[in-house]
Design a binder for this molecule. Structure first.
Ligand code: ADP
Ligand code: MG
Length: 288
């Protein structure tokens, strides 16, 4: 099978007194094995809710109303809660935006990677786990990994904490890594390093990546395939090359004009913004 994950007609709605917010409204896309798919769109377009739905981490008042999330032939939406817990971390890992809130400040970074390993790779003994933790710190480019094992998160820089999060996410060798704006809080140089690191790990381990961002510059750097979301809908799906050189949907074109991408869009002194008065949903959807 070429695809690791197939999301079909996914619908996740939030119900309130004010009505129904169709945060994810009939979304379908695929993640090929060993490839990086980026979901791009403005804030509030439904990117995070799509990824949280894949992991079944939607809380009340949110509800997955329909669709299928097929991982290697299994519909995750049909699994029991206990089966789903095994999928999380073992087959799918997730990296969130803010590394300081995701790492526990009271435990050493080594302990936290060890904990992730212990949960999912039960065949390893303590000594083997220690070596694996040191290896994984080394792999994500943390200097002096044996010393850093014993450090608490606050002693590390933002870039190093994000690398530790990647080490934790990769420790159990997931088939799919979901990264939701993982580099947004980092400065540009560190961001580029973290993206390179993810690409490198992908090449070594064959991991598929679902990468979520509002930043087309990041998409340009990392994506094989791109899914463009707007108000809960997918408006365009294309290979990265196609999207940047031959965007089809008016919304994609507007996005590309609003954000400078080095080497693709011309430098401008003043940026356009996506026109809020245009109803981009009036154009044909899911152009491919
Ligand atoms: P993005 O990640 O693209 O910025 P989200 O997926 O977080 O956007 O949000 C999509 C929509 O779902 C937005 O309209 C947002 O207000 C709504 N939403 C997200 N989380 C909640 C929640 N806990 N309760 C109610 N509405 C929510
Ligand atoms: Mg989000």
């Amino acid at each position: 099978m070429k695809n690791l994950l197939e999301v079909k007609n996914l619908k996740t709605f939030f119900h309130s007194e004010a009505g129904v917010n169709k945060a994810v409204n009939d979304v379908s896309f695929e993640i090929p094995k060993g490839k990086t798919v980026c979901i791009v769109g403005e804030s509030g377009s439904g990117k995070s809710i799509t990824s949280l739905s894949i992991l079944r981490l939607i809380d009340h008042p949110g509800e997955i109303e329909g669709g299928e999330v097929i991982l290697d032939g299994t519909d995750l939406l049909k699994l029991s809660d206990a089966q789903m817990r095994k999928v999380r971390g073992r087959e799918i890992s997730m990296i969130f935006q803010e590394p300081m809130t995701s790492l526990n400040p009271s435990y050493t970074v080594g302990y936290q990677i060890d904990e992730a390993l212990g949960l999912h790779q039960k065949h390893l003994n303590k000594k083997q786990r220690f070596e694996k933790v040191v290896d994984s710190l080394d792999l994500v480019g943390i200097p002096d990994p044996r010393e850093k094992y014993r450090e608490f998160p606050f002693k590390l820089s933002g870039g190093q904490r994000q690398r530790v999060m990647i080490a934790i996410a990769m420790a159990c060798e997931p088939k799919l890594l979901i990264a939701d704006e993982p580099t947004t809080a980092l400065d540009v140089t560190i961001q580029a390093q973290v993206l390179d690191l993810m690409k490198e790990l992908q090449e070594k381990k064959g991991t598929s990546i679902l990468f979520i961002t509002h930043d087309l510059g990041v998409v340009y750097q990392i994506a094989d395939e791109v899914v463009v979301m707007y108000k809960g809908h997918i408006v365009e799906k294309a290979s990265a090359k196609e999207l940047f050189h031959n965007p089809k949907h008016p919304y994609t074109k507007a996005l590309l004009h609003s954000i400078p991408v080095p080497g693709v869009t011309p430098r401008k002194s003043k940026l356009d913004t996506v026109d809020e008065d245009v109803d981009y949903l009036s154009f044909p959807k899911e152009i491919r």
